[in-house]
Design a protein. Structure first.
Length: 181
């Protein structure tokens, strides 16, 4: 497994509670460009849409059912906790409309240890990546802006994926600047 020392080359992105990308590193921009149809990419793109949309990353995710259940379950927990939230309700309806599996729920509704890391297996053309993702939130922030911030990071799960990732990062980036999207 890749050490945190190598994390700089991997994807890190900051998003609000609706998964709108507020900032991301160069690796994030590269990964999105490699997996998502350009018609879905724009400034502050909603990453849940970039994953769930039929032209999004889901086309290349080998363990799609597991990833979809995990992400939709998390979105339902995050967006279902506030009083009438028109934006959150609309986003959840949109995601469900793409025909995704129902999220697995524990009897207590609480998070399980397995909810901390999400394994993602990507295969597209000659690119094969086995990654794991973590999404971090601030537990008890005193500022509503911080309360809504999520930081998602991706790491290679094995040496072959780390090498494939480095090859992807070394390809020409075209007009990607690695800045905010």
């Amino acid at each position: 497994m890749t050490s945190v020392r190598g994390a700089i080359a991997f994807t890190a992105e900051g998003a609000d509670r609706y998964s709108n990308c507020l900032m991301g590193n160069r690796a994030s921009a590269r990964m999105v460009a490699a997996l998502v149809d350009p018609s879905l990419i724009g400034e502050h793109a909603t990453h849940l849409r970039l994953v769930f949309h039929p032209l999004g990353a889901r086309r290349w995710i080998v363990n799609w059912d597991e990833v979809a259940r995990h992400l939709l379950g998390r979105a339902q927990r995050d967006l279902g906790q506030s009083a009438p939230d028109v934006i959150g309700t609309a986003l959840l309806a949109e995601l469900r409309g793409y025909g995704v599996p129902d999220p697995a729920r524990s009897a207590s509704g609480s998070l399980k240890a397995a909810d901390l890391l999400l394994p993602i297996h990507i295969r597209k053309d000659d690119l094969e990546l086995r990654l794991f993702s973590t999404i971090m939130t601030l537990g008890t922030p005193q500022d509503v802006t911080l309360q809504e911030l999520r930081v998602e990071t991706f790491f290679a799960s094995d040496a072959a994926s780390e090498q494939a990732w480095m090859r992807l990062m070394s390809r020409e980036s075209g007009d990607l600047d690695g800045g905010n999207r």
